[in-house]
Design a protein around this ligand. Structure first.
Ligand code: PLP
Ligand code: COI
Length: 355
């Protein structure tokens, strides 16, 4: 850390904690008592403030509303049995935050300031971190353009904010997925690798159409030929095919997921073969037919390790082996939970403690 970030703190006079139903959390609907806000203008970040969660006032002319100059991150904090609180690999999110910022012509946030901002706001709302299995505190840092200007140009002013949500699992059952061969999420040269808000807005229509057919998630394919797997709507796609962990290479069309990197690192630790390469739809379907596709899951912060129950392609649905029988993803989930909840060794130093 370089220097201590100066944050003005105003605590709420009326906490909503006692009236919050932690047994029925819907992902992203419950917000904690506080949020962090900062402004960028005249070439610098300033006015870091933690204040009661609530509405903010912005001009209707801000360019993020009109041209989508905005992006976000997703991170989780966990409470350990001994009461310690840790944030999982926020340094990786700090790096990706700045990759997204660069792609969208937005100002970078120095990594140590990003980290200090998370630590400060999580510390204040640490009592909101749920401890039930699979539960955590979802941290949502984001940035958006605030110039009042309808010309299409990068804004000169921005807001950075961090919101917190106590959450349970994002997906509650094995996913019924569909390989999308008409719509695209991103194309080469686009901004698929950035966590830009527009990537998500654009994916809602195809996802809605798939949901009407009963699917939980789309598996996106390449924009050019629709022959190669890219990722899912809210997670990276990972498979165990012929005894190897196989996952698409992160090119500029795919989000370089922290969970994906974590799973690959664990596989390397275990001496489990890993292939990061183009993964064709044909080989997946062949694997599903032959039984060589022994595991398939989405890997993401919100999704954690979300088993794919079935894959549909060209009107045919391929049901995979029961998630409880899958060796690799079960082991990953167990190992990850042990690290995150402080019940197992953290050999890579992935937990960043909130002191
Ligand atoms: N891909 C997309 C489109 C996502 O929204 C996410 C979620 O953040 C991921 C992949 C997984 O990334 P991470 O593991 O960093 O959360
Ligand atoms: C995340 O896992 O952090 C995501 O961004 C997924 C989704 C909630 C958009």
């Amino acid at each position: 850390m370089t220097e201590t970030l100066d944050i003005k703190i105003t605590k709420t006079l009326k906490s909503r904690l006692a009236e919050t139903d932690f047994d029925n959390l819907v992902f992203g609907r419950t917000f904690t008592d506080h949020m962090l806000v900062a402004d960028y203008s005249d070439g610098e970040w300033k006015n870091f403030e933690i204040l009661p969660y609530g509405e903010i006032s912005v001009s209707p002319g801000i360019s993020s509303l009109h041209y989508g100059q905005s992006f976000f991150e997703g991170i989780k904090a966990y409470k350990h049995a001994d009461g310690k609180v840790s944030i999982f690999r926020p340094d990786k999110n700090a790096q990706r935050f700045n990759k997204s910022a660069e792609r969208l012509c937005m100002p970078p946030m120095p990594e140590d300031i990003f980290l200090q901002s998370l630590l400060a706001v999580v510390d204040i709302d640490r009592n909101w971190i749920p401890t039930a299995p699979g539960h955590s505190l979802y941290i949502r840092p984001f940035m958006f353009a605030t110039d009042q200007y309808l010309g299409v140009a990068p804004s000169l002013s921005y807001k950075y904010m961090v919101l917190l949500c106590p959450v349970g699992p994002y997906f509650t059952k094995a996913l019924r997925t569909k390989i999308e061969t008409h719509y695209t999420r991103s194309a080469a040269g686009g901004m698929g690798y950035a966590k830009s808000s527009g990537n998500y807005g654009g994916s809602m229509y195809p996802a809605k159409k798939a949901a009407e057919e009963g699917f939980d998630q789309l598996i996106w394919t390449d924009a050019k030929e629709h022959k190669y797997i890219e990722e899912m709507g809210a997670a990276n796609a990972m498979f165990v095919l012929d005894g190897k962990l196989v996952t698409p290479l992160t090119q500029d069309t795919i989000l370089d997921g922290v969970t994906r990197d974590t799973v690959i690192t664990l596989a390397h630790d275990w001496g489990f073969p890993v292939e990061e390469r183009n993964v064709s739809v044909d080989e997946l379907i062949a694997g599903a037919k032959s039984g060589k596709l022994t595991d398939a899951f989405g890997a993401g912060t919100a999704a954690t390790i979300a088993p794919v129950g079935s894959i549909s392609y060209q009107g045919e649905e391929y049901t995979l082996i029961d998630p409880s029988q899958r060796e690799f993803s079960q082991k990953v989930l167990k190992t990850l939970d042990a690290i995150r909840y402080g019940q197992g060794p953290d050999v890579h130093g992935w937990n960043c403690f909130v002191e």
